[in-house]
Design a protein around this ligand. Structure first.
Ligand code: NDP
Length: 257
């Protein structure tokens, strides 16, 4: 990744799991970003201690409060980021925050489906809309550059479980109905964003991180968070306009919708 790390990042859901590891690996690159905005819902709690400890150690890390489903919180976060950027744009937005619940066709109800959709679809939509002007600014700052993450990129953390084409392979084994539906919707949102923002030079790609040992993935998962995030960062680094509007896995393989 040497020589090709974007100047500025904003990542949601950074107090644990994949979000926290993304922050850690970016901070310890030989050529780290100038500024990482790591967001979490409750920066002042024990659950965010590891992240806030990092911000005491690394001056290029800003911890920002952001509840992805709350427009007031999202707007306040955007204003703070805008202030800290001092007129510059935001190169990379990673919509990482997400939730998964165990639901079957029999057990699912309106409350669960709406709750999961609110976090996994409404959240990324609200966050992307709010930060779009800053991504646009970054894309304009490098208007001669090809589409890639050092110019401007919005990345949505999705999953292979949202693939309709591959659904039969795992549907019976993994009863997460609301999650599957929400990530299929997130995939559609990503594809719509790619079509719309192509003219502005903003790359829009969905990433499947693999099955990862986090609170969400569980201890039986096949990948450590370190393996997954190393792979994701290599993939993000290699993205160009051909990858905009696609769902790719942590090794760079395209997953069918
Ligand atoms: P974790 O459960 O470990 O972490 C989820 C993160 O999202 C936490 O920081 C959590 O914050 C945050 N979050 C949840 N809801 C909100 C919200 N409304 N607003 C802001 N932040 C919120 O999950 P992972 O790290 O494993 O997952 C990260 C992403 O990767 C998710 O989108 C997930 O769907 C995806 N993914 C994960 C896989 C895996 O195997 N782990 C597989 C495929 C996809 P808090 O602590 O406050 O709850």
């Amino acid at each position: 990744m040497a020589g090709s790390v974007p100047h500025t990042f904003l990542i949601t859901g950074c107090n644990r799991g994949i979000g926290l590891e993304l922050v850690k690996q970016l901070l310890t690159k030989p050529n780290p970003p100038e500024r990482i905005f790591a967001t979490c819902r409750s920066p002042d709690t024990l659950q965010s201690q590891e992240l806030t400890n990092l911000s005491a150690k690394y001056s290029n890390l800003s911890v920002i409060q952001l509840e992805a489903t709350d427009p007031v919180s999202v707007t306040a976060a955007m204003k703070e980021v805008e202030k800290q950027l001092k007129g510059r744009g935001l190169n990379v937005l990673i919509n990482n925050a997400g939730i998964m619940t165990e639901t079957t066709l029999e057990s699912v109800d309106d409350k669960d489906l709406l709750n999961v959709f609110t976090t996994n679809v409404v959240g990324p939509m609200l966050v992307t809309k709010a930060f779009l002007p800053l991504l646009m600014k970054a894309a304009e700052e490098n208007s001669q550059a090809h589409m890639n993450w050092t110019r401007a990129a919005m990345i949505n953390m999705s999953t292979i479980l949202g693939s309709i084409k591959l659904n039969a392979e795992s549907f019976l084994m993994k009863p997460v109905l609301s999650y599957r539906c929400s990530k299929a919707a997130l995939n559609m949102l990503t594809n719509c964003q790619a079509l719309r923002y192509k003219q502005d030079g903003i790359l829009c790609t969905a990433i499947h991180p693999g099955w990862v040992q986090t609170d969400l993935g569980g201890p039986e998962a096949s990948l450590t968070v370190d393996q997954s995030v190393s792979g994701i960062l290599k993939v993000l680094c290699s993205l160009n306009e051909k990858h905009s509007g696609l769902l790719l896995d942590w090794e760079g393989k395209t997953i069918p919708w």
